[in-house]
Design a protein around this ligand. Structure first.
Ligand code: ZN
Length: 291
């Protein structure tokens, strides 16, 4: 019997069916868009869990043939109609469409190292907000565990002498300078939550890296909310999360110890940020590094 783990298979299939052009209707509002992405990630994350128990498993992602110009009734270029814009990291372990179970023409994706808000990133997202308003319902900022950009910033924060090596490389310095503020804020939050002894904890560096990664994503989502949405586009929603490489799930800490899987809304004001920071340092994930 093919029961050994190495004989099991996972198939992820993009399925086009010519007769069914409405396989997956676009989400009608931002809540529906959020539910779809969270459900898609949940299905993706579960794939390898299932394969432990079953001999093989398929994940089928229905794709609208019109999105690849396969509809013989419609001539010309497929209409650009993503329902979410996602700012993610360039890290190759975080393929955005795949981890949300989405296909062509579903997501408007911007990827840069550290998923920070540089000029070109803001310009790309501004384009999406201005030109894709007919279908765009959601803006997502997605960090990921073990992000190299935030890890470098944490190491420079812990050993400031290393800054000079990086400061001489102008393109890297831009990313680093933006991240250092987030690292500093995360460090002071860990200090006030756990006391000065926390810096001697063997897991302190890792806890600071992961706290900085989620804070970076939430802060970027907050900034985008202020930049694009608060004023003129009430139908859009901005959310953030961290893709955890080890579990393949998106994580975002919530106040009150409720479940932490799935994308979440960023803080809306100073009090919101205080509650957010508290939820980060009290979360099971961050605590697990300090135990
Ligand atoms: Zn990264």
């Amino acid at each position: 019997m093919a029961t050994e783990a190495h004989l099991k298979t996972v198939d992820i299939i993009y399925r086009y069916e010519a007769r069914d052009s409405s396989a997956r209707p676009l989400p009608v509002d931002s809540d529906a868009a959020l539910r779809r992405l969270n459900a898609g990630n949940g299905d993706f994350a579960a794939l390898l869990d299932h394969v432990k128990n079953e001999s093989g498993i398929q994940q089928i992602i229905p794709v609208d043939p019109r999105d690849l110009g396969l509809d013989s009734n419609v001539a010309g270029t497929p209409k650009h109609r993503p329902f979410a814009a996602v700012l993610g990291c360039s890290d190759a372990r975080v393929p955005i469409e795949l981890i949300f179970n989405e296909g062509p023409n579903d997501l408007f994706v911007v990827r840069v190292a550290g998923n920070g808000l540089g000029v070109d990133v803001l310009g790309s997202l501004k384009y999406a907000v201005d030109h894709l308003g007919g279908t765009l319902k959601l803006i997502v900022v997605l960090g990921h565990s073990g992000c190299g950009a935030l890890t470098t910033a944490v190491d420079v924060f812990l050993n400031p002498g290393d800054y000079l090596t990086i400061a001489a490389k102008h393109p890297l310095r831009n990313i680093l300078d933006r991240s250092l503020i987030v690292v500093q804020a995360s460090a002071s939050r860990l200090l006030s939550a756990f006391g000065p002894g926390v810096t001697h904890n063997p897991g302190y560096r890792q806890a600071l890296i992961e706290a900085s990664i989620v804070t970076n994503a939430a802060l970027s989502a907050y900034s985008l909310q202020q930049e694009f949405i608060a004023h003129d586009l009430p139908g859009l929603q901005t959310v953030y999360g961290v893709y955890v490489l080890e579990t393949r799930e998106v994580w975002a800490p919530r106040s009150g110890g409720i479940k932490e899987n799935g994308l979440a809304s960023p803080p809306r004001d100073l009090a919101g940020f205080a509650a957010f920071s508290d939820a980060v340092v009290r979360s099971g994930r961050i605590a697990s590094y300090l135990n």
